[in-house]
Design a protein around this ligand. Structure first.
Ligand SMILES: Cc1ncc(COP(=O)(O)O)c(C=O)c1O
Length: 402
């Protein structure tokens, strides 16, 4: 058998965390064990029927059977621009400041190839969504990690970032509402990061995939900072907003040279997102989001509050997130995140994500995705209660304030 080696750049990456979890789950299920999977951020709820009907209708039109354009349909970009102005008060030029993506991950993963040269550096959050670093490695560039610390509300601290800048630094990534911590950013946070990036001559890449999942005030866009219009790109997604992870649609907004570079790259790699999906999803920003958004947020709020109450009863110190659909809690003292998640899975069949999978700074934490019903979440936490993992290590610790 010929031995075929993958590329050095592929070998440089750790195995994608979720592929490992998927494997664990499949093994346990094959052995007949009941698994409650709280590890993967993939909505359990279906795509709204109105979107499905629109996809079916647009799918029957032969005009939508041909190659789409790489930048996305003009009509979809116009819908996105109108929504962006309503939502954030920022008027975008649909021709120069918006590109449609085959899911935001596609844009996030490809953007470094459009921006970075070998040897360049990208400053990425730790803990963080792994694709910022993976895309950077694929571009032959180097990810340089900055710590998101609980004491700072998991928000970047420009003073600490300063020490990471070198002459090869090109871009800093930010992600709010944040995966995995659930932290949200305020407009002053974005102002601080943009003015810091401007002083350092860096591009700001913002991942707002969870922008419509929030529990308090609607989170801002980095493009609300006027100086960001010339140095930022922001990635948005239909996946979580409309339970559309399987349909693959997102978009990027931002400085025209950044959008142009991404579209030129994409023209060589993909031929755009399916038009029927663009039509249905972009249209839903106007026709559906005003009613669907609040209903979706109410579902996640109930799950979040149920899980937080149960975790507090277990003695787990955990704070309610401001956005996204994740809980980020501390593992019992003296245990690594991998050991803890492994022990919980072995003893209870509940799959949690070990924090270290999001970077070294995630050590000491675990992540719960609220993408299961209230009943499953409650059952999972009842199973974990039998282990009493925090009772021993935090015997004297009182629950964090709500
Ligand atoms: C922070 C973050 N950004 C982007 C994505 C990608 O989403 P999609 O490609 O479905 O738009 C995810 C998916 O989990 C995510 O967690």
């Amino acid at each position: 058998m010929t031995s075929i080696e993958p590329s050095a750049r592929l070998k440089a990456l750790p195995r994608y965390l979720f592929a490992e979890l998927e494997r664990k789950r499949a093994e346990a299920e094959a052995a007949g064990r009941e698994v409650i999977d709280l590890s993967i951020g993939d909505p359990d709820l279906p795509t709204p029927p109105a979107i499905l009907e629109r996809i079916a209708e647009a799918g029957r039109d032969p005009a939508n059977h041909r190659y789409p354009t790489s930048a996305g349909m003009a009509a979809a970009r116009t819908e996105i621009a109108a929504w962006f102005e309503r939502r954030y008060g920022v008027a975008l030029d649909p021709r120069r400041e918006i590109a449609v993506l085959v899911g935001s991950k596609e844009g996030i993963g490809h953007f470094p190839l459009a921006l970075l040269d070998p040897g360049d550096e990208a400053i990425v959050p730790d803990p963080g969504y792994p694709v910022y670093a993976a895309g950077t490695v694929f571009a032959g560039a180097t990810p340089v990690r900055y710590a998101l610390r609980e004491a700072n509300g998991f928000r970047p601290d420009p003073a600490a970032l300063d020490g990471l800048v070198t002459p090869r630094s090109r871009v800093v990534w930010v992600n709010y509402p944040n995966n995995p911590t659930g932290a949200t950013a305020t407009l002053p946070d974005y102002e601080a990061i943009v003015s810091w990036a401007a002083r350092r001559g860096l591009i700001v890449a913002s991942d707002a995939a969870y922008g419509e999942l929030y529990y308090d005030a609607p989170p801002p866009s980095v493009l609300q900072v006027s100086a960001a219009r010339e140095r930022a790109i922001e990635f948005h997604s239909f996946s979580k907003t409309f339970n559309m992870t399987g349909w693959r649609l997102g978009f990027a907004v931002g400085a025209p040279p950044l959008i142009d570079a991404l579209v030129r790259l994409k023209a060589n790699l993909d031929s755009g997102a399916p038009q029927a999906i663009q039509i249905a999803a972009a249209g839903a920003l106007t026709s559906l989001l005003p009613t669907h958004g609040p209903a979706l947020r109410a579902v996640y709020r109930e799950r979040r509050d149920t899980a937080i109450d149960a975790l507090h009863r277990l003695g787990c110190p955990i704070r309610p997130p401001g956005g996204a659909f994740y809980l980020w809690g501390r593992v019992p003292e003296g245990e690594t995140s991998i050991d803890f998640a492994g022990r919980v899975f072995e003893k209870t069949g509940v799959l949690l994500t070990p924090g270290v999978g999001f970077g070294a700074e995630g050590e000491g934490y675990f992540r719960i995705a609220l993408t299961s019903s209230v009943e499953s979440i409650s059952k999972a936490l009842r199973n974990i209660e039998a282990l009493a993992p925090w009772k021993a290590s935090h015997a004297s610790a009182s629950p964090s304030p709500r």
